[in-house]
Design a binder for this molecule. Structure first.
Ligand code: ADP
Length: 746
């Protein structure tokens, strides 16, 4: 099968190997559908390398529909296995024979470092394996395809232990399981003033334990990369937990990574921690080993769209590079897809384990990346029972915290972390309640350390929030309050109205010198519609709410041919709609940025009707609430219902405020904590240096970026209240490509 004589059609096989991970299905789906759309042939190999060695039925041609309806499923539908045979020469020889017979010249392997190492070995041996097969007569000369084998790897592992990618497929979902479990345990622990020791997975990597602790407000954490630095670490741990109890902490949770060890390399087990706490503190201690729960359940929104992007990029990489080149690892740096030489990543990964084994823990942490270290530093502060006392003679700043905008999950997490990080550096924190309305009314409260206990995981906004933007005489009142309370700096944790309010204060500083103090905005909005940050706190939780709701809606339609029109929030920013659509496999997403025309509706309707004619059972259309003022959700519902006739029926679902609710996702909790550390640091620096700047913070291409507030009008599309630059718009073609077969797929 060739398109041109000299350029045979690429034949790609995809397999999942090693430990299963949630999100593998999304990657497989994206690989298969992208390959088909690009005119390649594609096979799915079942049961990892076992299937490759077995051949036959286990190497199956995949078509568009064979990967339908799998996005929401945990694990891997094509199966995974560990294969001893593949480790042998004879096993790989057999595997090569099976691949050649199926005409396969390219592999996408989704697995951990072991699986990827095995794949690269096969790639390097390929030519000699084919020669051997011909030489021994197992393959005829004519059967042997002399093209080299191309390989791309995606990392499927809940441990997040791989160099070359910020997140591995499954890690975010595993963190969801960990936070759900620890949140649940916290409430029972608090009721009985009990201590729980929770063991989490991660092999020799402490990522899940560290991030689990940051996300839940655990009291102590033990990880491989950061063993206690003294021999009698048990005494330190007991003293800290005791101090926490005395300070009023009712729940005590110790998170132990399964690979935790002391500084001599001896494993620290959950059982040992329990015995110590029981004997030395006389506590009632229970152990929970989370185990395979962490691998289970539906993949999170992030794992679905990240894996989709990775699968898409894997095929693009194969098709755009010469056959047999150096194998690449497709990974993720914040929200961007990256590619790096695969074996270099594997080697770097092994170095971390080597460092840990050699007792060079600082070296191991360094290899894990700078963020690992800074997260650890932040965690050390926020888990304390009490802040360090102020240094005698130091300047004690009064830092005000305020919310503004719609409630967003993660607001409380951000307040907790900001408060503790500021108090620990010797400063005072003043909470302003009920947003700028409270500021005008003088609704202040000084906050202390334990007042935020339990806030890491709590949804909503304990301090209160609204969309008030102060004007006219209110500015005068606010200025008077700033002077009376001696406020030195303001941290605004909120959305668009908060950005406008801070911009307003800043621009009025000539009239009101009280406003000439450092101020910073932390992006907190489910809509993700704020300039200066690729992502805002709360939007990941909202996406998960959308994905969870749409999963249920789709399940409700098992018995009938049905099309759903689902309306999601986001105002004129289509982030939730597009990413929600990508993560749920919507056929079509309507957003304000792209507009909606009658011609679009006509075309989409025709495609939908055609799909149902060919046997489709379920259709899904996602529409941003303000995509178009006239082509509303009820209008689209009526249009599809009328035109669908007897072929399918239509239901509409307006998800509404369910999207703003619920406890924050681990991603939002981690982001809130990261921003809190940066914002508090910024305010302290600026206040002490007497450089009263005002700014907003964000992440851009993996880095924290602070932008002057004066740039706001330049970076925002003020009319539509969304950033001019929206990185995620680049995903629209991918969403479209994966949702419906185009003409090429046949
Ligand atoms: P993971 O991919 O999650 O790290 P494993 O290390 O168990 O999981 O690897 C999965 C499979 O990959 C193994 O069962 C084996 O078939 C194959 N594999 C791992 N390491 C190698 C290797 N060095 N050479 C050949 N095959 C390997």
């Amino acid at each position: 099968m060739t398109t041109q004589k000299e350029e045979p059609v690429r034949t790609i096989a995809v397999l999942t190997s090693g430990g299963d991970a949630q999100g593998m299905n999304a990657a497989v789906r994206a690989v298969v559908r992208t390959a088909l759309e690009r005119g390649a042939r594609v096979f799915a190999i079942r049961e990892g390398y076992e299937g490759m060695v077995d051949g036959g039925e286990r190497i199956q041609a995949a078509d568009w529909d064979s990967v339908g309806g799998i996005l929401h499923q945990g694990g891997t539908v094509i199966g995974s296995a560990r294969s001893q045979r593949f480790r042998t020469h004879e096993g790989r020889l057999q595997a090569a024979e099976n691949l050649v017979r199926a005409g396969i010249d390219s592999l996408v392997v989704i697995g951990g470092d072991g699986s990827l190492t095995g794949a690269d070995m096969l790639r390097r041996e390929w030519t000699s394996l084919v020669e051997e097969l011909v030489g021994s007569g197992r393959l005829e000369e004519g059967e042997a395809d002399r093209r080299p084998l191309s390989l791309v790897g995606l990392v499927g592992s809940i441990d997040n232990d791989m160099f070359g990618t910020d997140m591995t497929i499954g890690t975010d979902t595993a963190l969801h399981r960990i936070t759900e479990a620890v949140d649940a345990i916290s409430s029972t622990a608090a009721s009985h003033q009990r201590t729980f020791v929770v063991e989490v997975m991660g092999r020799h990597c402490g990522y899940l334990a560290l991030m689990g602790a940051i996300s839940t407000g655990a009291s102590w954490v033990l990880i491989p990369e950061n063993p206690p630095d003294v021999d009698d670490w048990e005494a330190t741990m007991c003293a800290r937990l005791k101090a926490g109890r005395e300070a009023g902490r009712r729940d005590s949770i110790v998170i132990v990574a399964e690979g935790a060890r002391d500084r001599h390399g001896q494993p620290i087990t959950a059982g040992h921690v329990r015995d110590v706490l029981h004997e030395r503190l006389g506590e009632d201690v229970r152990i929970t080993i989370l185990g395979h729960v962490q691998r289970g359940g539906a993949p999170s929104a992030f794992d679905r769209y990240m894996s989709t992007m990775l699968g898409y990029a894997a095929v693009e990489e194969l098709l755009s590079s010469p056959p047999g080149g150096e194998a690449q690892l497709i990974g993720m740096k914040d929200n961007r897809v990256t590619r790096q030489p695969l074996m270099q990543c594997v080697e770097q990964t092994h170095k971390v384990a080597e460092r840990v084994n050699a007792g060079d823990f600082a070296g191991a942490r360094k290899l894990r990346g700078t963020r690992f270290e800074s997260n650890l530093r932040t965690l050390r502060t926020i888990v304390r029972a009490l802040p360090h006392p102020p240094t005698p003679g130091q300047t004690r700043l009064n830092i005000a915290l305020i919310h503004s905008g719609g409630p967003a999950p993660g607001m409380n997490t951000a307040v907790r972390a900001s408060l503790r990080l500021a108090l620990d550096q010797g400063h005072r924190v003043l909470a302003i309640r009920n947003g700028f309305r409270g500021f005008v009314e003088g609704d202040f409260r000084e906050m202390e350390w334990m007042s935020v206990n339990g806030w890491a995981s709590r949804g909503g906004a304990e301090l209160g929030t609204n969309r008030k933007v102060p004007a006219d005489r209110e500015l005068y009142t606010i200025a008077r309050h700033i002077e009376a309370q001696k406020i030195d700096a303001i941290l605004m944790i909120g959305g668009w109205s908060g950005y406008r309010a801070i911009h307003k204060l800043r621009s009025e500083r000539e009239r009101f010198p009280a406003f000439d103090i450092p101020m910073i905005c932390m992006p907190t909005s489910i809509n993700n519609n704020l300039a200066g940050s690729e992502i805002s706190i709360g939007s990941d939780t909202a996406l998960n709410n959308i994905v969870g709701a749409v999963d249920k809606i789709k399940q409700s339609a098992v018995a009938s041919k049905r099309c759903f029109v689902v309306e999601v929030m986001g105002r004129k920013c289509g982030f939730l709609a597009l990413l929600g659509g990508l993560a749920t496999g919507a056929e079509r997403v309507y957003i304000h940025e792209e507009g909606v025309t009658l011609a679009d509706l006509q075309r989409d309707l025709t495609a939908m009707i055609e799909g149902f004619r060919q046997g489709k059972r379920l259709g899904l259309v996602v529409r941003a609430a303000e995509a178009n003022p006239l082509y509303t959700t009820p209008f689209m519902y009526a249009l599809f219902e009328e035109e669908g006739g007897d072929l399918f029926d239509v239901r509409q679902a307006i998800l509404g405020h369910i999207q703003q609710g619920g406890d924050p996702s681990p991603y939002d909790r981690i982001l809130a904590t990261r921003f809190a550390a940066e914002c508090v640091g910024y305010l302290i620096r600026k206040a002490q240096a007497a450089t009263p700047e005002a700014a907003f913070i964000g992440v851009q291409e993996g880095r924290v970026v602070i932008t002057p507030i004066d740039d706001l009008p330049r970076l925002m599309d003020m009319e539509n209240e969304r950033p001019r630059d929206q990185w995620w718009r680049a995903l629209a073609p991918i969403a479209r490509l994966l949702a419906q077969p185009g003409p090429k797929a046949g």
